[in-house]
Design a protein around this ligand. Sequence first.
Ligand code: PLP
Length: 395
Amino acid sequence: MKISKKAGAIAPSLTLAITAKANAMKAKGQSIIGFGAGEPDFTTPEYICNAAKKAMDAGHTKYTPSAGLATLRGAICAKLDADNGLEYTPNQIVVSNGAKHSLYNSLYAIIDEGEEVIIPVPFWLTYPELVNMVGGVPVYVDTTEENGFKMTAAQLEAAITPKTRAIILNSPSNPCGAVYSKSELEALAKVLEDKDIYVISDEIYEKLIYSGAHHSIAACSDAMKERTIIVNGLSKSYAMTGWRMGYVAAPLAVAKAIDSVQSHMTSNISSITQYAAIAALTEESNFITKLKAIFTERRDVLVEGVNAIDGLSARVPNGAFYVFVNITEWKGKTYNGKKIESSIDICDGLLDVGIAPVPGAAFGDDDFVRFSYAISVEDIKEGLARLASYGANLV
Ligand code: PLP
């Protein structure tokens, strides 16, 4: 039986393929250190879980408004004001099933068939697929390691055509932990302020910045706020990946369009999750401070270890929990008689020595491999030893 052209055109996730292969090897009893994790390796803080339990006991088990409870949207507005200096009203907020869903809804609301969406490379692998799913055309802008994997204003300007309808910005970024400074965002804003182009600003790693502060491009000017759809959520900062809570803060017309789409597609997210989210956003806790301290130590162990291995190099990322390792010197060498042509070949070989990072090819840059440090320091150290043993066997 036939599969639709739309569904058939979607590339299966390369990260999930590597995870599946690693899991199959684990099931056979092999020791695999998974450097692929896209989520914090912690459970959700107790005060958040307690709020969910209370919500169930209180019978908050019914439909809510499609865009989310007014109290939750109010708490999100208070967060945007306190953290980002941005004033929104609850009717500009739509809560969805994770930031991923918010991204899809945003693109669905603003992109018509054939319109272009600029995506800096390397990118989070879901962006191009979502753009394709709504009939848009991804337009890639290559960044460089020397420039911290950040798109410059000149690059942005050069990529804009009459068909450009949006750009996707991700700061801090997955896969390389790049964080745009205020002045870098202002330079991008200058290019966009007088144009009919939206910015979808994915700020999901906002709370995981190791030095300096997070800035949202929406805060650059009123003109930018009118053009920006902020996407954020609780998955990464509160270790709530399984709860599925993301949101947009958007110009009113966009928020209304997203709400209409969502009201027919999924309606509200889980009512229980919404009560947990209210607690996460409004109750005092030092969870994020502790999380950052743990991630900082792991990041430093990983970066130092990688740079000590012949042929590899990595910059210290300033955000998220990934190190993007430059593997160009390993390309062209031979492992077990097989020539290494790509980041995928390297990741295949690394499975042999018991580690599973993600090939840069998945993120649009084949000269790198992404290592997540959402795993223990002990595992990182053992993984580095295995990485070094692979390197030692290259000829
Ligand atoms: N945006 C980026 C850059 C991500 O890395 C991820 C998850 O890996 C998401 C969005 C999706 O997060 P959520 O769990 O809220 O859907």
